[in-house]
Design a protein around this ligand. Sequence first.
Ligand SMILES: NC(=O)c1ccc[n+]([C@@H]2O[C@H](COP(=O)([O-])OP(=O)(O)OC[C@H]3O[C@@H](n4cnc5c(N)ncnc54)[C@H](OP(=O)(O)O)[C@@H]3O)[C@@H](O)[C@H]2O)c1
Ligand SMILES: *[C@@H]1O[C@H](CO)[C@@H](O)[C@H](O)[C@H]1NC(C)=O
Ligand SMILES: *[C@@H]1O[C@H](CO)[C@@H](O)[C@H](O)[C@H]1NC(C)=O
Length: 330
Amino acid sequence: MFTLVFCTFFITIHTGYGVTVPTLKLLDGRDIPTIALGTWLGNNTQGRVEPVGTEVEQAVKWAIDAGYRHIDTAFAYKIEDQVGRAVNAKIGGELKREDLFITTKLWNDAHALDAVVPALRESLRRLNLDYVDLYLIHWPVGQFSNLTYDYTDYVDTWKGMIEAKKQGLAKSIGVSNFNRQQIDRLIENGLETPAVLQVEINLNLQQPELLSYCKEKNIIVMGYTPFGSIFPSKAKSDAPPPRVDEPALVEIARKYEKTVPQVVLRYLVDIGVVPIPKSLTKSRIEQNVDIFDFSLTQQDRDLLKTYDKGYRTIPQLKWQSHPCYPFEKN
Ligand SMILES: NC(=O)c1ccc[n+]([C@@H]2O[C@H](COP(=O)([O-])OP(=O)(O)OC[C@H]3O[C@@H](n4cnc5c(N)ncnc54)[C@H](OP(=O)(O)O)[C@@H]3O)[C@@H](O)[C@H]2O)c1
Ligand SMILES: *[C@@H]1O[C@H](CO)[C@@H](O)[C@H](O)[C@H]1NC(C)=O
Ligand SMILES: *[C@@H]1O[C@H](CO)[C@@H](O)[C@H](O)[C@H]1NC(C)=O
């Protein structure tokens, strides 16, 4: 009784700290916040975009202040150090490590069973953390740092992930960019089911069959590149509509006094997805998490569903010749 009263009091204090983000239950019993800040800076014609100064660290601090409790990063993004500095600066006072949910990913060059735990230890060293909440196999495709393919079976990589969890280095484990057959193969091998599948989900690529498969298996789906091609500056010329100025979307946003990006994120949460919007801009970081004080109608959702065109913004066609390439081949 006393504990209950105390807990309620404690939670009340916390809600004063930015937006309160709801959580979903993972199949291993842990809670995952339903929206995460993305930290991949993207690619330009020169390859990976390098961080300018401490801009990622600053973005993560703004995000935590705004109410985000989930940060999505990866070894491959080369900014785990900045994420770690922000997280460590924010915890220790009122906010505890266990209030945050940190996701990182195993890169393609460490797929051998005995390479997984050392790779996670290296990520933890960069993050300056004792554990991550979620560790994902970034791609089912193995490739050494000299760019020759590694044909390690991802089932063995998954065994390495299970070992990482057993050692307490990752509280939950999952996969990214796996297709349904590849997840089925992990399960058919008698191994534990991934708690999470992270894949591209946005208006143009809603993946309803994959979502219902995951629901049936109790796998939570994190949706990357949640804005897809809505921003003209990011959209390729062949990307289907809508853009952010689409009248039907502007109309829905106006009805709730929200923005089109907020409507898109809310829709993704409504269809059961954990979206991962990336922004380095304080006002957008705050805007993107402020999506839990309004509800879309079924009519709104029906309209948003019509934009699903099966269009993928990150097909990674350069890996098409690898036997574990996960997507439809063009
Ligand atoms: N598992 C994987 O293989 C994989 C692949 C891709 C991405 N991801 C994860 O998913 C995250 C998100 O994907 P993404 O970075 O490709 O794309 P995204 O989040 O869909 O879009 C990011 C872009 O949208 C802009 N933006 C954000 N909020 C906005 C708003 N409210 N109004 C206007 N513009 C806004 C950002 O600009 P500013 O930053 O300039 O504000 C940035 O240019 C990544 O950061 C990464 O964590 C994972
Ligand atoms: C981004 O560029 C890096 C470095 O060139 C490359 O390894 C990576 O695969 C690229 N990612 C995407 C999604 O194109
Ligand atoms: C690339 O690296 C792998 C793993 O270190 C090695 O086995 C392979 O021989 C290398 N290939 C080339 C062409 O250097």
